[in-house]
Design a protein around this ligand. Structure first.
Ligand SMILES: Nc1ncnc2c1ncn2[C@@H]1O[C@H](COP(=O)(O)OP(=O)(O)O[C@H]2O[C@H](CO)[C@@H](O)[C@H](O)[C@H]2O)[C@@H](O)[C@H]1O
Length: 471
């Protein structure tokens, strides 16, 4: 099959979070299953564009309302990603360092989608499947089926994956003219609650909708920022497929980002050596259990409860543990986390920012990873933690519910039900007792490193879903 993924992120070209990891790995595994898989994404002017060489394979125009944007389709001169990567360079919109958070994100991503279809439209080969990811690509299924210009794609099956239903990309009807002309009869297919909503449009128009875990699919039927009714209505064409991880990139035995590589054979020494590196860097005590948090500092991830957790445990159980936070996000959370550092020097530290290498070292050197998420469509951090022998402490929600079983239930992690400081603190106390039982603790670390969460199974699940749509 010829599969095309369309996404705003794809690791290593551009990653702001888990979406980048998924789109950077799934096509590789689909190729290994014997299919042709490629990715189309915007060409940002970040590190990846500076460090690689590209060739232009197509030049064209994309019309956004009254403006015609020139664009180029670029490919890598040397590609060792394991799949084809096509990057759409649109000067004026994407020649910037970051992926998101510009005032004109709506204009940027609509133009990207139009440019993508304009390019595909003039190619002779027809793809077998178009697989779109998150709201930045949400108009593609609509445009392929309802915009006359792209009518040749009407019979090409579209899959839309919801990685994060919190970000819907909605905007007012005053910008309807940004979309290419279509019959006003179809207005309802781009609308939700009187706004134009690309996520809703994709859920309505894609042939199949997938979520990144089965539990998340259940949850969004009763909680997804006002879109619950739509999700329930479209439930019949929806399926939850649990994400995998790229077992080549996330392998402590070969990870180039680790100074001290390890496998289950030398897990105790390997993890201790990485912990030593971390503790030295952040002035922590390697003798004590190390709790960490990695992720976006937003309410969705439960990051707003971290300051209360850190304050309470450090104040009332001083010297018993270390806490290390890596993340960036809402300023008030960043400030509270930084503010606590001076009070709890030597047992707590935070790194505010995005640092891919450091995240690998933390997964390797930590004893426990905290994920108190309010919403977690799948969560990759807990899967990386497992692979690196770090015990996850998670709130039972979404993909966390599907991937972590509590030690009390014969499992390997620590689970709680509420996103509250009280629940997390209780789990941390349980974790500390578990840490003291060295034999059991080491046994679990070895066990979790061997759980196979690679993309092998999920890549096959997607292929079966695609095949079910081919006549
Ligand atoms: N400051 C930082 N420095 C370095 N690395 C950092 C970092 N902050 C986050 N990361 C990395 O970003 C990724 C986060 O992935 P997640 O899947 O946990 O969450 P995210 O909400 O981005 O993804 C959404 O999409 C994915 C993919 O479908 C779902 O798993 C998830 O539930 C959903 O919310 C991990 O690779 C993590 O290591």
């Amino acid at each position: 099959m010829d599969i095309i993924h369309i996404s705003a992120e794809c690791y290593p070209a551009a990653k702001a979070g888990g979406l980048g990891d998924v789109v950077g790995a799934l096509p590789k595994y689909q190729k290994m299953l014997g299919h042709s898989a490629s990715v189309i994404m915007p060409f940002y002017h970040g590190k990846f564009s500076r460090e690689n060489k590209f060739s232009v394979i197509f030049s064209g125009f994309a019309r956004l309302g009254h403006t015609n944007f020139a664009f180029n389709v670029l490919t890598l001169d040397e590609n060792n990603l394991g799949y084809d990567l096509f990057m759409i360079d649109i000067p004026g919109l994407f020649d910037r360092e970051n992926i998101y958070s510009y005032h004109d994100d709506t204009e940027r991503f609509i133009t990207f989608q139009i440019a993508t279809l304009n390019w595909l439209n003039q190619r002779e080969i027809m793809p077998d499947i178009i697989h779109c990811h998150d709201s930045h690509t949400g108009f593609i299924p609509f445009m392929m089926s309802k915009v006359r210009e792209y009518s040749k794609f009407e019979q090409v099956p579209t899959i839309f994956t919801i990685h994060n239903g919190q970000y819907q990309g909605q905007f007012g009807f005053d910008k309807l003219y940004f979309l290419p002309p279509f019959h006003s009869y179809f207005n309802g297919l781009v609308e939700w609650h009187n706004l134009i909503n690309p996520l809703a449009s994709a859920i309505k128009c894609a042939w199949r909708v997938t979520t990144v875990s089965p539990s998340y699919l259940d949850e969004i039927g009763y909680s997804m920022k006002g879109m619950e009714d739509l999700l329930r209505q479209e439930r019949g064409k929806s399926v939850g497929i649990l994400n995998g991880i790229d077992a080549d990139v996330w392998n402590p035995a070969t990870d180039p980002m680790l100074e001290q590589k390890y496998s289950i054979k030398n897990i105790t020494e390997g993890k201790a050596a990485n912990k030593e590196v971390l503790c030295k860097q952040f002035n922590l005590n390697p003798e004590k259990p190390l709790f960490t948090f990695i992720g976006r500092l937003v309410g969705e991830k439960g990051a707003d409860v971290l300051p209360e957790i850190i304050y309470n445990i450090s104040k009332f159980n001083p010297g018993e543990q270390n806490i290390l936070v890596l993340g960036s996000g809402e300023k008030h959370i960043e400030n509270s986390l930084l503010h606590l550092e001076s009070e709890f020097k030597g047992s707590y530290c935070s790194y505010i920012g995005y640092n891919e290498k450091l995240s690998h070292v933390i997964y390797a050197g930590a004893d426990f990873l905290l994920m108190p998420s309010r919403v977690e469509p799948c969560g990759l951090n807990q899967l990386y933690a497992l692979r690196y022998g770090t015990v996850p402490i998670v709130r039972r929600t979404g993909g966390l519910r599907d991937t972590v079983i509590d030690i009390g239930d014969g499992g390997f992690g620590i689970c709680h039900d509420q996103c509250s400081a009280f629940d997390v603190l209780h789990s941390m106390q349980r974790a500390k007792s578990f840490y003291q039982k060295k034999r059991d603790f080491n046994k679990i670390r070895k066990q979790i490193m061997q759980i196979d969460h690679s993309w092998n199974k999920a890549a096959q699940d997607y292929i079966e879903l695609y095949q079910s749509l081919k006549s």
